[in-house]
Design a protein around this ligand. Structure first.
Ligand code: SF4
Length: 446
């Protein structure tokens, strides 16, 4: 018989029997207690049930403790999650304070045996303090051993997750939630579906936390998140979600609610027989954002799963037909989010967090504005040099915050310019792309 694991994160139960839990993450500096407390409150007021904070060192663990105490004495006894990368020692200290600790297994020791020992120690502390763990595997930060064995894609992500599930079982610990995230909707969906099947074959299903990483901002990011998340949710997979936007995180909550609501509302539509060549949809909504998310939730899954190759759509907002131009734009965005047709550059932008030392949202908008002609390229704007390079998995070029007013410019995984002053960084990014294009023209491949 199948066993479904329930995980308790503070007072919130995450399980296949409960409502899908919406969570978000602060983009404040965790050491700024006032700002972090205020943002947590705003997120909880908006409807988040769990909030995560960057916890990169021991000072941040102390700050998290203070934030938790402050929230709880102000009547906000909601669960907080410590987001820990790199240091398992920090994870251990964070597990004594937070309700859940998010670890990135790719950041544990490269030697499997040492990683196993580190994980066992962390689990001991989690058991002692009643803390849950999220094994947060991101496309782009898989360990070398996994990549060599299974490749840097959905299968590698699934296998990495199964290894950590196995280690948790060996330590007799089941309070784990798994996430397999990617900014590529297809990779993310495949990885989660494969993991769900693997857990099913194993007889024990752990809750899944779903998310499209580095989705960017604006309508494109809402559509991309809706396409990826609805493809999984429509199969009844996924217990908690986070929509990550390069915007004020407060906006993430409504988008997440809408994705969940539209998925529930349209769950019957996923089992119809599609006309593969050109399926027709009709979508009625009450605002432009609703139309974008609803259309992506209805049309995205069959498109991403290749049940349809093309579609037409009639759309209304409050009963009024939307213009042809808007329909074309909507369709282009959905086709691109489902990775079926690219009419704009692809952008990867992290949501920013306590590690971001510049105005990510305005820099990202400026990069988008100045690179909008580069169709076919994948351009990343990342908030920090610690995780940015690893997390921009598919990007051709990257603008990565390196420190105060300093930026690194990457070509793929290679840092081409380091420590560029912020006011010159977008120019240098464009110069690098243009110079690579010129080189390509001068030396076309035979
Ligand atoms: S890549 Fe962005 S979201 Fe991730 S840790 Fe760095 S600044 Fe934070």
């Amino acid at each position: 018989m199948m066993k479904y694991i329930q995980v308790k994160v503070g007072d919130v139960v995450i399980s296949n029997n409960s409502d899908i839990v919406i969570q978000s993450m602060c983009n404040t500096n965790t050491l700024d207690i006032e700002l972090s407390v205020a943002q947590c409150k705003a997120l909880f007021d908006k409807g988040a049930k769990i909030v995560r904070l960057t916890t990169q060192g021991l000072k941040e663990v102390e700050a998290l403790k203070e934030i938790k105490n402050r929230l709880s004495s102000d009547g906000y006894g909601f669960p907080l999650v410590a987001d820990v990368h790199f240091s398992y020692n920090v994870a251990i200290e964070a597990a004594k304070v937070a309700d859940k600790v998010r670890i990135n297994p790719g950041n544990f020791a490269k030697e499997h045996n040492i990683a196993k020992e580190q994980f066992a120690k962390l689990i001991q502390v989690c058991k002692e303090y009643g803390t849950a763990l999220r094994i947060g595997i991101n496309h782009g930060s898989l360990g070398e051993r996994i990549i060599e064995k299974y490749g840097n894609g959905p299968q590698g992500m699934k296998e990495a997750a199964m290894e950590w599930i196995c280690m948790a079982k060996e330590n007799d610990f089941d309070q784990i939630i798994i996430s397999l995230k990617a900014s590529n909707t297809y990779v993310m969906a495949q990885a989660n579906i494969m993991l769900y099947e693997a857990m099913k074959n194993d007889g024990i299903i752990f809750p899944l936390h779903l998310g499209i990483t580095e989705a960017g901002n604006g309508i494109e990011a809402r559509i991309k998140s809706a396409v990826g998340l609805s493809t999984i949710l429509s199969k009844g997979i996924g217990e908690t979600i986070r929509v990550s936007l390069t915007e004020n995180p407060i906006y993430e909550i409504d988008v997440a609610k809408k994705i969940i609501d539209f998925c529930l509302l349209h769950k019957d539509s996923y089992s119809i027989n599609y006309n593969k060549i050109n399926h027709h949809f009709r979508v009625d909504a009450s605002s432009f954002e609703d139309l974008a998310i609803k259309s992506a939730v209805i049309i995205g899954p069959p498109l991403l799963e290749r049940f349809i190759d093309d579609f037409t759509v009639d759309a209304t907002i409050d009963g009024v037909e939307v213009s042809c131009e808007e329909v074309v734009e909507l369709k282009n965005n959905i086709m691109q989010a489902a990775r079926r047709k690219f009419t704009k550059p692809e952008y990867i932008a992290c949501p920013g967090c306590g590690r971001t030392l510049f105005n990510l949202e305005s820099v990202f908008n400026e990069v988008k504005r100045r690179t909008s002609h580069l169709v076919g390229y994948n351009i990343a704007v990342m908030g920090c040099i610690v995780n940015g390079p690893g997390e921009m998995a598919d990007a051709d070029y990257g603008y990565i915050g390196e420190g105060k007013n300093r930026v690194s410019i990457y070509r793929g995984t290679e840092p081409v310019y380091r420590s560029v002053p912020e006011d010159k960084a977008i120019d240098m990014l464009l110069e690098l792309i243009q110079s690579d294009e010129r080189n390509k023209d001068d030396h076309p491949q035979s």
